[in-house]
Design a protein around this ligand. Structure first.
Ligand code: PEP
Ligand code: MG
Length: 325
């Protein structure tokens, strides 16, 4: 199998009936950048910056961040590298020590909420990303957006950073793609409005499943209730992709669901344009996509959308997967 995977490493990721999928990599640290190309990925679909930003006591300066994001841009060029702004809190480190522990950290001070209440810190990160965008093809996306107002404010701060750089005569890519993560049910429900404000969606299934089903993603006592193929989750994903298509923007999936070989037919059938997965699993996902027909997967997804039980949807997709790869 290793040899077969090596053979397709540099090949495109297209279904047997010719639908191209962008298969990109999830990374957390800059030492992983070289693995992106060697895994056969088309760039970085999710750079989770919080591990690198919060892992060393003090948040690195704009200058240091600029160097790291530039490295991402250069390593992946001509492909894209999507930098996610700080997603502190929840299951990750807090951005700063809080005066009291939060009773419900997943519903608390995390993601874009932190960035919007620490504008100075947020602007340093955005300026660093913009400056680095001059060295390749970067995208930027915002985590845990739960209302359109948050996206509008985040975009206006990004705009402000661009104007500052213009005044300073500093180069950046004015066409940098701006996206929003769809990982809160309210965002999926409002996807038709959010789609008018961005260039792409990236569905964060880890959180979308948790919030849709009210099942803590890290609590082992309820892990059997954590079901990626829940009909409610599938409908939210479908709704998100439809809204994106209606507005001519693309949709990716960067949650763990994209790494599950049993679910590749379902996601392809629902119509995702991009999937971002860990570099370790990436070659197998590429092989899976290259083994299936988009048309057949679309029929499978239509069938899945009529089902009432997560187990039935899982079985449908898994059986198809086992029959084809
Ligand atoms: C997700 O929620 O699916 C996601 C990709 O973000 P994270 O796992 O970093 O919360
Ligand atoms: Mg998330």
């Amino acid at each position: 199998e290793e040899r077969e995977l090596e053979k397709i490493r540099t090949r495109n990721t297209s279904t047997v009936d010719g639908r191209d999928i962008t298969l990109s990599a999830n990374v957390e640290f800059n030492h992983e950048f070289p693995l992106v190309e060697s895994s056969g990925a088309a760039g970085i679909g999710l750079f989770r910056t919080e591990f690198y930003l919060l892992g060393q006591g003090e948040i690195p300066s704009e200058e240091i961040q600029y160097q790291v994001y530039s490295e991402a841009a250069k390593c992946t060029y001509p492909h894209q590298a999507i930098i996610r702004t700080l997603d502190a809190g929840g299951d990750k480190l807090p951005a700063e020590p809080l005066p009291e522990t939060e009773p419900n950290p997943f519903l608390g001070w995390r993601g874009i909420r932190v960035s919007l209440s620490r504008i100075g810190m947020f602007k340093e990160q955005l300026r660093a990303i913009l400056r680095a965008s001059a060295h390749g093809r970067l995208g930027v996306m915002f985590p845990l957006v739960s209302a359109i107002g948050e996206l509008i404010v985040a975009k206006s701060i990004l705009q402000e950073c661009m104007e500052e750089l213009d005044r300073e005569g500093v180069a950046y890519d004015p066409g940098i793609e701006v996206g929003v993560m769809i990982e809160v049910p309210s965002a999926a429900i409002m996807a038709d409005e959010l789609a008018k404000e961005v260039d792409f969606f990236s569905i964060g299934t880890n959180d979308l499943i948790q919030y849709t089903l009210a099942v803590d993603r890290v609590n082992k006592h309820v892990s059997d209730l954590y079901k990626p193929t829940s009909p409610a989750v599938i409908r939210l994903i479908k709704r998100t992709i439809d809204a994106a298509n209606d507005n001519n923007i693309w949709t990716g999936v960067c949650g763990e669901m994209a790494s599950d070989l049993s679910l590749t037919p379902l996601l392809i059938g629902l119509g995702v344009d991009e999937m971002s997965v860990g570099t370790h699993q990436l070659p197998r996902i590429k092989k899976a996509i290259r083994s299936i027909s988009h048309a057949q997967c679309a029929a499978l997804a239509d069938e899945a959308l009529k089902m009432r039980y997560s187990a039935d949807i899982l079985k449908l997709s898994r059986d198809f997967a086992m029959a084809h790869y």
